[in-house]
Ligand binder design. Structure first.
Ligand SMILES: Cc1ncc(COP(=O)(O)O)c(C=O)c1O
Ligand SMILES: N[C@@H](CCCC[NH3+])C(=O)O
Length: 419
């Protein structure tokens, strides 16, 4: 069942017409379906039934309070990558003991905040990071719960900018060297070795790379066991893809089935860090056509949302489906470029796409925009960040109002030698 669907020719989010939201809140605006979030989380969580596991929602995919709190209510933990995400996750009600902290560049202040909060574990990505974490924990009189994030050198077969598990990528510790690093880590006074983690990339559409990575991590776990290093947690990261266009990624059930047996044999508690698969298709970005124009080469549809609001097409050449809010099967189709107001040629939402002929003032929904949409928004071209709305049944609420230009300028000042 789809929670963004047409009823009598009008596009709805659950039971709320998108035109109503546009009228009352303005555009552009992100709209999330709470029912979809819940359905996706439960499907993912239930897929791992029978194995002791914890699903930690990857907050970077969508850090909206309303989304993270929805996850927290369902019992999710959080996968965080900054002090900001720690703060947001705790504010949204995620218990610290369900938070895992990944990322290659944690500052000492961020480490201290996470130690103070009492998170489940740090996924440590370098020997220097481990040494610094040991010192920071020592200063605070705490033991840092640690897993080493290993880089299994597996090709995730996804976009190069979101591939993380190849040895040329900056992430993790080389899996061949990890055994020795575990032995060294075991000697650190303020570190408690809790687990092993890996994350090989995002928007994966096949299970094989996940299974390969698990196999390699399994070999490491066996060697560590042999050397008397017993771990509790096996964190397999996130990365399961969704369908933006024609992709046919494995379902959460297929993904889980491909990993369960092998993971079960290892006997560790599983941690999973899904982001996109939970929230990607639970959100859309609603925008409005400002103008159309024809040049000798193209038909352009100029909309009020730009690459600052949704950067994925500009950054990864990614496909986002575009649906008119008012459906009219009679309407002619035109090959169009959908572009935003930003002064960059890369500012587009669709290129050479067969779309209904849409005119000034029309509303369109950019589909599958729930993950890495608002969370990657910037204020480039001094464009305030847009509003976010959460829908549940026939209810809806603005969960973040549009920023004002004054807010954009907050904290700025002239140097004291100017007046
Ligand atoms: C460490 C880590 N965990 C989880 C995720 C979430 O990934 P996805 O949104 O692809 O599930 C990412 C991003 O790829 C990540 O870097
Ligand atoms: N931002 C990327 C995903 C990055 C995943 C980060 N770990 C995207 O939109 O596809």
């Amino acid at each position: 069942m789809h929670h963004f669907s047409y009823k009598n020719g009008e596009l709805y989010a659950e039971d709320v017409p998108l035109s109503q939201i546009a009228q009352e809140v303005g555009t552009p605006v992100y709209v999330y379906s709470q029912a979809t979030l819940e359905r996706h989380f439960k499907a993912f969580d239930q897929a791992f039934e029978g194995l002791e596991h914890l699903v930690c929602f990857a907050v970077k995919a969508n850090s909206s309070q309303a989304v993270v709190a929805t996850m927290a209510h369902l019992g999710a933990g959080a996968d965080i990558v900054s002090g900001g995400e720690l703060y947001r996750s705790m504010a949204a009600g995620v218990p610290a003991e369900r938070i895992v902290y990944s990322g290659v560049g944690k500052s000492e202040a961020e480490m201290a905040a996470a130690l103070d909060a009492g998170i489940l574990m740090f996924n440590v990505e370098s020997a220097q990071e481990l040494a610094v974490l040991d010192q920071v924990a020592g200063r605070l009189g705490k033991k840092a719960p640690v897993s080493l994030r290993v880089n299994p050198d597996v090709d995730a077969q996804t976009h190069p900018k979101i591939t993380t598990g190849l040895s040329k990528n900056k992430f993790g510790l080389d899996i061949e060297l990890a055994f020795k690093q575990y032995q060294d880590a075991a000697k650190l006074p303020n570190v408690e070795l809790k687990g092993v983690s890996c994350h090989i990339g995002s928007q994966l559409t096949k299970v094989e790379p996940f299974a390969d990575a698990l196999e390699r991590v399994g070999v490491l776990i066996g060697r560590l066991r042999g050397a008397g290093i017993e771990l509790e947690l096996l964190d397999l990261g996130g990365g399961l893809g969704i369908s933006y266009d024609q992709e046919e990624p494995p379902s959460p059930a297929q993904y889980a089935a491909a990993l369960k047996e092998q993971a079960g044999r290892l006997g560790l508690k599983l941690v999973l860090e899904p982001g996109r698969v939970i929230v990607g298709n639970a959100g859309i970005m609603l925008c409005q056509v400002l103008f159309t124009k024809d040049t000798p080469a193209k038909h352009f549809i100029i909309v009020d949302a730009g690459m600052n609001d949704l950067v994925r097409p500009a950054m990864y050449d990614s496909f986002q489906a575009i649906w008119p809010v008012t459906e009219d099967p009679e309407r002619p189709q035109v090959v169009s470029d959908v572009v935003g107001p930003i002064c960059e040629t890369g500012d587009f939402l669709a290129r050479d796409r067969q779309l209904p002929d849409m005119g000034r003032g029309e509303l369109m929904a950019v589909m599958s925009a729930g993950a890495y949409g608002f969370s990657m928004a910037s204020t480039y071209n001094s464009r305030p960040r847009v509003a976010e709305v959460m829908v549940s049944g026939d209810r809806w609420s603005v969960v973040r109002r549009r920023e004002t230009t004054e807010e954009l300028m907050r904290g700025e000042s002239l140097p004291e030698w100017m007046d």
